[in-house]
Design a protein around this ligand. Structure first.
Ligand code: 5GP
Ligand code: MN
Length: 337
């Protein structure tokens, strides 16, 4: 199928569907919420019944995004979330490459009779799980893919400001405010279009990045001062927060997001990791500069994956054991030596 056929097929699926569910991954970030909010506004404008379903809650600094307040959050309303998925005609899946990323909603999603459309930018999508796949690993963000699809689905309709703002949040957050290597010319062209649609980039930046709680900033300070280890011989730095640390600073969803980037911002550091103690697991974020492959590292050793320069994973050992394992793996990583 060429792009035109993909769009026609998607248009047909939308036309046939009454109840549309918009789904994204566990621990939704700016790209996930931005993509969902954009679809939600789009489907409502087509007169469809549209519902965003999230595996768990999303960060406070994204709650201003229009439409996000209507999301059904599975950890709070599991029965409702499951019923929506089970009885949907169409499920639009955003920012994940496999249903293994939707937490407890995995089984019901796989079983649902709904048609499933994937919109994503991660490597190796599990295409057999979906009826239609829009996956572009060259894209800065899923939001960028969403924008391209929406503008092709209804080329004669202007994109709403609500959609434009949501798309911008996705692009801005997934490119690290245009600092990562994924910022291609195309990304900036789309941003130019969004500006033409009337978005205020300055206000959006402030809403997302200048609204942290005092506790969150002090947690970051604690992390940098007391929980940072630098290993110059492996161009690596890592940080960790134990349950007690998170409790002490009254952590709320999203508070740990972005902390890993501080380790990577140290001169000479090419590989950074951030370990957070969660219920029955250690959650890990990996970031790298240049050739160091975070995706492969997370996939091979820590049950995860993601992108070349940004990935995540889980460990089911203790914090101490996990960090020990991590340190032991570094001499093997060719790109660091
Ligand atoms: P973060 O460190 O911000 O949680 O994740 C960084 C990137 O890796 C995100 O693009 C995210 O989608 C991806 N990612 C995070 N955790 C996982 C995981 O467990 N599996 C896979 N396949 N990708 C992940
Ligand atoms: Mn993304």
């Amino acid at each position: 199928m060429n792009t035109f056929e993909y769009i026609s097929k998607f248009r047909e699926l939308i036309e046939k569907s009454e109840n549309i569910v918009i789904l994204t991954h566990y621990n939704p970030d700016g790209d996930a919420i931005g993509s969902c909010a954009a679809w939600h506004d789009f489907f409502l404008s087509l007169g469809k019944s549209s519902q965003i379903v999230l595996p768990n809650d999303f960060p406070q600094n994204l709650k201003w995004i229009k439409g996000s307040e209507t999301a059904v959050i599975a950890t709070k309303e599991m029965k409702k979330a499951e019923a929506l998925i089970a009885y949907a005609d169409l499920i639009v899946c955003n920012d994940f490459q496999s249903f293994s990323r939707v937490g407890k909603l995995e089984e019901i999603s796989l079983k649902s009779r709904a048609k499933k459309v994937l919109v994503d930018h991660h490597v190796d999508p599990e295409i057999e799980q979906f009826d239609l796949v829009f996956s572009n690993i060259e894209s800065s963000s899923t939001a960028e893919v969403v924008f391209e699809i929406i503008t092709q689905l209804t080329p004669e309709e202007p994109v709403s400001k609500t959609i434009a703002e949501a798309i911008y949040v996705g692009i801005m957050t997934d490119t690290g405010s245009f600092s990562f290597s994924s910022g291609h010319k195309k990304t900036f062209e789309i941003v130019a279009e969004l500006i033409d649609l009337g978005i205020d980039t300055c206000r959006i930046y402030q809403e997302v990045y200048s609204t942290f709680s005092e506790n969150r900033m002090r947690m970051l300070g604690h992390c940098l001062t007391n929980r940072l280890k630098v290993l110059p011989e492996f161009s690596t730095a890592y940080m960790y927060l134990a349950k007690e640390d998170l409790y002490r600073f009254r952590e709320t969803p999203g508070d740990t997001e972005g902390i890993v980037n501080y380790a990577l911002a140290i001169k000479g550091i090419k590989f950074a990791a951030f370990f957070t103690e969660r219920e029955k697991r250690i959650r890990i974020s990996f970031r790298s500069k240049g050739e160091v492959d975070c995706n492969e590292f997370a996939r091979t050793f820590f049950n995860g994956g993601g992108h070349h320069n940004a990935s995540g994973g889980d460990s089911f050992e203790t914090m101490e054991e996990t960090i020990q394992k991590f340190e032991k793996l570094l001499p093997e990583l060719k790109q660091l030596n």
